[in-house]
Design a protein around this ligand. Structure first.
Ligand SMILES: Cc1cc2nc3c(=O)[nH]c(=O)nc-3n(C[C@H](O)[C@H](O)[C@H](O)COP(=O)(O)O)c2cc1C
Length: 184
């Protein structure tokens, strides 16, 4: 049984629980669609190129969302707002039916023209990506996607975070906004 947080596989996931949990992440919902099915899964992302803009997501091989990304060659990443924790919890579990978003009543944003992956309404931002590389990494597949469309909500700036096996809110800033360069 795959249960990274549970007692049954505590030893196998010990390093993940102790150390990987200390990597602070924005919480995202990854969306995908293919062959009449739509799915989504809670996850995280990082950028791996600035120009072209590219991000990576690591999706476990047993996930329906993974299968739909492989079939369609694309995915969406919706960066969640800190008011959307309930959606993160819901999308992190398996759900029946051909449309996981409909089953879970997750409000969808339809993909821009020429794309198929649904986004999540009310997010800080939605990034639509075409898969450029797929790399097997341990028990996950790493999908590297080029951002081909995006939508940013300037009124929703507070991201939902995941850190130390908890959901969290962001604190206050500790510097002025960088005019250029890092932090991006
Ligand atoms: C906060 C959080 C973060 C998660 N991050 C990932 C991740 O990065 N990669 C992954 O494969 N699963 C991750 N999961 C688990 C998936 O969301 C979960 O396996 C989901 O049920 C997959 O759904 P699907 O089978 O319908 O695609 C995460 C779950 C939560 C709650």
């Amino acid at each position: 049984m795959r249960d990274p947080g549970g007692e049954t596989e505590g030893h196998r996931y010990d390093v993940a629980r102790r150390v990987l949990s200390r990597i602070a992440h924005a919480v995202a919902i990854v969306g995908a669609a293919h062959g009449g099915e739509r799915s989504c899964a809670t996850g995280t992302t990082m950028y791996v190129s600035l120009a072209p803009a590219m991000i990576a997501i690591a999706e476990h091989t047993g996930s329906r969302t993974t299968r739909l990304i492989q079939g369609s060659g694309e995915f969406s990443v919706s960066l969640l707002h800190d008011s959307q924790q309930d959606l993160a919890v819901a999308a992190g579990k398996h759900a029946e039916g051909p449309d996981k978003l409909a089953t879970l009543r997750i409000p969808a944003v339809e993909a821009p023209q020429g794309l198929v992956a649904p986004g999540v309404a009310g997010s800080v931002a939605i990034l639509w990506c075409r898969v450029r590389e797929t790399i097997a990494t341990g028990d996950h597949l790493l999908f590297v996607g080029e951002v081909v469309a995006d939508r940013v909500d300037e009124h929703r700036r507070d991201p939902l975070l995941r850190y130390g096996r908890r959901y969290m809110r962001i604190g206050h800033w500790t510097s002025e906004e960088a005019p250029e360069g890092y932090p991006t």
